[in-house]
Design a binder for this molecule. Structure first.
Ligand SMILES: Nc1ncnc2c1ncn2[C@@H]1O[C@H](COP(=O)(O)OP(=O)(O)O)[C@@H](O)[C@H]1O
Ligand SMILES: [Mg+2]
Length: 349
């Protein structure tokens, strides 16, 4: 028997005809063999209707429960529960960031995080001050890719505000929801929570003075993206795609989103990832396994620069899994990310 359903019939006559359940007055319900015990919570201020409500609650239970069940209604004095502290996020922590750039893709698995992480390192190698916020609250991959899994960001309080200190490695300041989750724990957020977690990863972080803050956006083009781009002064976006036709049609959605009149942000360029396959043993060979120049064709169609073509090479994946991104190396794949960094810096200049 649903006891709360029964208690919902008890209405507080003085409080807008609301019932005691929705008023939060039911402090406890204990059901044990042959006995039901309900505790009603009242504020310190005496409620003239207290006795009436205890009686009405008893009556509702007697009516609904089978004969023979022992019924007890108790009362407690409850202090009003402290209001949950409202999280106040403002743009102060990103006020010294020159370029805030979203790394986006229409769909997952195209190498968005790989590009974001390697681009951040390449920009740092080129001498820029760089931060990266992993806003992919559903599948944060920055801790693994940068070998910072298990790092615990410190918190400081400044002027009454709680701030998170980013993790520094490879010359880049990293922040990710992954630092706040148990290893291997699936992150499941409902829409509004995902949105606020994501904003915290950007606005509650002590970034300091930065040339570039990259945001590894969640895949797709949903509400989260729109709210993010509207509330944070993102200057523009990079769109990552693979050459396949399916990936390209997803990219179209990404492009449309940033060009939507309510968002209207610049698209700095397209990065064609996995543009061709180059075997480790034959670094000069190119196999166009996903088709050739799909990203270039798309860039032309939308009038957006193609900023880089990144090959599919085994070492990019291996280095990502090992936490030592390819951009740290001077192999051809590492240099491809350096070229991307310089192309982006030119676009921003
Ligand atoms: N150019 C590349 N060469 C080899 N492997 C790659 C390349 N780009 C991405 N990968 C691998 O593909 C997988 C998906 O990449 P990831 O960056 O996590 O995609 P996304 O963030 O778009 O979901 C990862 O295992 C990554 O190491
Ligand atoms: Mg990712």
């Amino acid at each position: 028997m649903d006891l709360l359903k029964i208690l919902e019939e008890v209405v507080h006559p003085a409080l807008g005809e609301k019932n005691i359940v929705e008023l939060g007055m039911v402090d406890g319900v204990v059901e044990s063999d042959g006995k039901v015990e309900v505790t009603l919570g009242f504020p310190k201020k005496p409620d003239p209707l207290k006795d009436y409500l205890v009686g009405a609650t008893k009556a509702a239970l007697i009516r609904a429960l089978p004969e023979g069940v022992e019924i007890e209604v108790k009362t407690v004095v409850k202090n009003p529960s402290p209001k949950p502290q409202k999280l106040e996020l403002d743009l102060e922590q990103i006020s010294c960031v020159r370029h805030i750039i979203g790394v986006a893709s229409g769909k997952g698995g195209v190498g968005k995080s790989t590009v974001a992480v390697n681009l951040a390192i390449a920009l740092a190698r080129a001498g820029y001050k760089v931060g990266l916020a992993d806003a992919d609250v559903y599948g944060p991959s920055v801790p693994l890719m940068t070998g910072t899994e298990g790092a615990v960001p410190a918190a400081v309080e400044e002027e009454g505000k709680q701030l998170i200190i980013p993790i520094e490695k490879y010359g880049v300041k990293w922040m990710s929801v992954g630092y706040f989750a148990e290893r291997g724990q699936a992150l499941i957020w409902r829409g509004p929570m995902a949105c606020s977690a994501l904003k915290q990863m950007i606005l509650q972080v002590k970034w300091g003075d930065l040339d570039f803050l990259l945001i590894d956006m969640p895949p797709g083009t949903g509400d989260i993206h729109i709210s993010l781009v509207q509330e944070i002064p993102v200057e523009g976006a990079l769109i990552v795609t693979t050459p396949q036709a399916v990936a390209l049609s997803d990219v179209e959605k990404g492009v449309d989103m940033f060009r939507n009149k309510n968002i209207n942000r610049r698209i700095f360029g397209i990065v064609e990832n996995m543009a061709w396959f180059t075997p480790e043993e034959h670094p000069s060979e190119k196999y166009f396994i996903f088709g050739r120049d799909g990203g270039a064709a798309m860039a032309e169609r939308f009038g957006i620069p193609l900023l880089a073509q990144i090959p599919l090479v085994q070492s990019i994946r291996e280095d990502g899994d090992a936490g030592t991104p390819a951009a740290l190396s001077s192999r051809p794949d590492g240099l491809a990310f350096m070229a991307l960094a310089s192309a982006l810096a030119d676009e921003c200049a």
